[in-house]
Design a protein. Structure first.
Length: 175
């Protein structure tokens, strides 16, 4: 304990300045929230489905819920049932074991439904496309509205892809 206190006393007070905040994200967030409300009149509900991924994309999706991005504060929320969803956000290559489940989720989603393929595996099959357990990219099973490439794509790209899908489906020009 004394050694730790000596080390703290010897180190002193840090003099490094804090980095400047980026207020551009806050203004973009307000624009996103207004755009979602203008299009839907309510929150955009997303059902995320793991089609057999390595969970890299899921970690980036979870980052959207942290205080920095605060996606729910922007009027976009994740739901547990495809029956409550406006959009399916599918990650990973389409494995044979998940093919039927993804199809059923698509069928259960009410119209007009959006489908977004998230990550390189969902877009092209990725490094798993030649596997015996994979039936290929998501577009082999469902009509995909927007693809978000990357392994894994950063949260800001995921958010941009979600908004692109919303604009494409509702014929809204980009800002």
């Amino acid at each position: 304990m004394w050694q730790l206190l000596k080390q703290i006393a010897k180190t002193g007070t840090p003099t490094q300045r804090l980095p400047e905040g980026d207020d551009a994200w806050r203004t973009e967030g307000q624009r996103i929230q207004q755009e979602v409300l203008d299009v839907l009149g309510r929150a955009l509900c997303i059902r995320a489905i793991d089609g057999g991924s390595c969970n890299g994309c899921e970690l980036e999706i979870h980052a959207l819920n942290n205080p920095y991005y605060n996606i729910e504060g922007l009027g976009i929320k994740f739901v547990a049932s495809p029956r409550h969803a406006d959009m399916l956000l599918v990650t990973g290559p389409l494995t044979l074991n998940m093919k039927e489940a993804v199809w059923r989720a698509y069928e259960a989603t009410p119209h007009p439904k959006l489908v977004v393929a998230l990550g390189e595996c969902a877009c092209t099959g990725g490094i798993f496309r030649e596997s015996y357990a994979v039936s290929g990219p998501l577009s082999n099973l469902l009509p995909v509205d927007v693809t978000i490439p990357g392994c894994p794509p950063p949260p800001i790209d995921i958010l941009r892809g979600i908004l692109t899908a919303l604009r494409v489906k509702h014929a809204i020009p980009p800002p």
